[in-house]
Write a protein that binds this ligand. Structure first.
Ligand code: M6R
Length: 613
């Protein structure tokens, strides 16, 4: 989705904003632009396409100044083109705005403004914002007040950043609802603003996060925050622990490959100090869960989108089997419109890498309205899903830049496993010996992940065999069923091969009709409690001429006789096995996408963090 970067200080804003936008490329966009106040005059450069087009334009027509804002746009209203790219200027050319989100009442506002004489030069909903701000500036308001009056008229969710050459000493930024974050970076005699942490991480780790309904007035030596009515607020500045180097590709050709290989580290960090190995116990202080509260829980609803929802499906099996608490998994975009049955004995647990996915945040808000306790598992510190929740477990994976989520899939699997053990412990579910064994299994996990990654070269021959397929079927059962969904999602989103996943037992109820020699089948069949049942489905597919790729446990003697190709994984305790079986599927999708020449880190039509409904 759209990205925002702004700068005010004494350096030249143009290269700082350009570099920040580059770091937001992973979010997905189709046009880009930048505005700088140069000698008390606003200069705008913008174009359709990738940032390289904007850079070429800036090389031809350079602009320089100590204050500016930039934007990468993911088109919603109006095609991706230079005229629709942000920033948008007002009629007099002295106010300029960038915007994430959708102005839901833009048609009515546009009509009203046109009747007042405003001339629109784009097809975007955003342009009404700049005309509104101009309306209030012309009526005598100062920039912060004009911005607040304008924003109060907008329906929908927004991240807005604007500046004016009438008051060239400030940037105004606002957040309304859940259209992505607004992060303020505190420097030394300079300030930054952005939609995402990585855009400004190389300059500062001291950051403040705007809540919905807050407006920031950012000057080069500090910032103030108010409500939309102008009431002053105190906002805390956090020290963000992310490492700026982690947001670089380093020796890797793609962020996705780097992030796949970071999983030994990310799993180690996610386990971190949350495990008391000698006592055989899990410690999750940020969840603030007491034994009494744990015993009151009647039901958990896990809500999430995409890859995060697949992690939630694994979580359902873990929590139900280990803690014996009923769990449902609800796709976030469905949850709030289903009139869900939620009460104060329900926990709504949101899983989100970005913590800013609009559907997931809306599901959390729905849960809150109905009296549920809210928990979240998030990666981005300070994100809205973290702030909305009563308790949070963090993923500890650092910035994930590749659009295809990898390390932010395996980390929540570990978080959910630890949560299940903690819940069981607090609800006095399993015996002491069983708990100690499950806790001890965590110690082995980073080595098992490392072992899977060492086998990356072996995935290449399977990738070569599948790279020209048009369709692919993924099958899994029990705890491997969500891994089949995740494997298929990885393949389709980055290689554009049509891939579907089914619970293996469903094959005979329809999908088996598709099987012939042109339809490869990827079967998840590690040695787990569902192994025999999965094998019989593999046999049925083989009998119909299907080409079978099996994910199998080292030492399995049966599968090499049944399957055409094998992706071997080390023997892993079954409750943690999704962490190891998904790794060859991540690598497989990656290698196929590279072989097909696809844009792995920024697949077409996709955005890293989906901040619109
Ligand atoms: O930031 P979130 O975890 O809330 O994002 C949810 C999905 O948009 C995300 O997992 C998406 O499915 C990924 N592109 C999959 O690789």
């Amino acid at each position: 989705m759209c990205g925002i970067v702004g700068y005010i200080g004494s350096r030249d804003a143009t290269p700082i904003i350009s570099a920040g936008l580059k770091r937001l490329e992973y979010r997905g966009y189709d046009s880009a632009g930048l505005a700088v106040i140069e000698n008390r005059h606003i200069e705008v450069r913008r174009d359709a396409g990738k940032l390289s087009r904007l850079e070429a334009l800036l090389a031809e027509q350079p602009i320089h100044g100590p204050i500016g804002i930039g934007h990468t746009r993911w088109a919603t209203h109006g095609e991706p083109s230079a005229r629709n790219a942000h920033p948008h200027l007002g009629a007099k050319g002295d106010v300029v705005v960038v915007h994430n989100g959708i102005v839901e009442n833009f048609a009515a506002l546009k009509e009203e403004l046109a009747a007042e004489g405003a001339v629109f030069r784009s097809d975007t909903d955003t342009e009404v914002i700049v005309h509104l701000v101009e309306r209030y500036l012309d009526a005598g308001a100062d920039l912060p007040s004009a911005a607040r009056q304008a924003i109060r008229l907008l329906k929908g969710a927004h991240g807005i950043v604007l500046l004016s050459s009438r008051e060239p000493d400030k940037i105004v930024a606002a957040r309304v609802g859940n259209a992505g974050g607004v992060v303020i970076g505190v420097g030394d005699g300079e300030m930054f603003v952005a939609s995402d942490i990585p855009a400004i991480l190389e300059h500062t780790r001291r950051m403040a996060f705007l809540e919905s309904g807050q407006v920031a007035i950012i000057r080069r030596d500090g910032f103030d925050v108010t409500t939309l009515d102008g009431k002053p607020l105190d906002v805390e500045v956090h020290n963000v622990a992310w490492d700026p180097v982690a947001a670089e590709k380093g020796e890797y050709t793609h962020f996705m490959l780097k992030e796949i290989h970071e999983q030994v580290r990310s799993i180690t960090d996610t386990i971190g100090d949350r495990v008391d190995f000698p006592a055989g116990r899990i410690v999750l202080p940020t969840l603030a869960l007491t034994a009494e509260a744990a015993q009151r829980i009647r039901r958990i609803i896990i809500t999430a989108c995409g890859t995060a929802a697949h992690a939630g499906m694994v979580g359902k099996i873990l929590i139900e089997r280990i803690a014996r608490v009923p769990v449902e998994v609800d796709i976030a975009s469905e949850f709030r419109y289903r009139d869900p049955l939620v009460d104060d004995e329900t926990v709504v647990l949101a899983i989100s890498q970005s913590g800013e996915t609009a559907d997931t945040l809306a599901a959390m808000e729905e849960g809150r309205r109905r009296g549920a306790t809210l928990w979240s598992i998030v990666n981005v510190l300070g994100s809205q899903a973290m702030r909305l929740a009563d308790g949070t477990i963090t993923m500890q994976v650092g910035p994930e830049i590749g659009v295809a989520s990898t390390k932010a899939f395996t980390a929540p699997l570990v978080d959910l496993y630890m949560l299940a053990i903690l819940l069981a412990d607090l609800r006095r579910a399993p015996g002491e010996t069983e708990r100690r064994r499950m806790v001890a299994d965590l110690r082995r996990l980073p080595d098992l992940v490392s072992n899977c990654l060492d086998r990356a070269p072996a995935v290449e021959s399977v990738a070569r065999a599948l790279k020209d397929a048009s369709h692919c079927l993924y099958l899994g059962r029990g705890i491997q069923m969500p891994i089949a969904y995740e494997g298929a999602l990885k393949l389709k989103e980055i290689s554009y091969i049509h891939a579907e996943a089914y619970p293996a037992g469903e094959m005979k109820h329809g999908p088996i009709a598709l099987v012939d020699k042109t339809m490869p089948i990827v079967a998840l069949a590690p040695k787990d409690p569902w192994y025999e049942k999965t094998i019989s489905q593999v046999e049925q597919a083989k009998a119909r001429g299907g080409v079978v790729v099996a994910v199998a446990t080292d030492g399995d003697e049966l599968l090499p006789r049944l399957a055409d190709l094998i992706l071997w994984v080390p023997e892993t305790p079954w409750r943690l096995s999704p962490v190891t079986t998904v790794i060859p599927l991540q690598l497989l999708a990656y290698q196929i996408a590279v072989m097909r020449g696809a844009d792995v880190d920024q697949p077409r039509n996709l955005a890293k963090s989906v901040t619109v409904e």
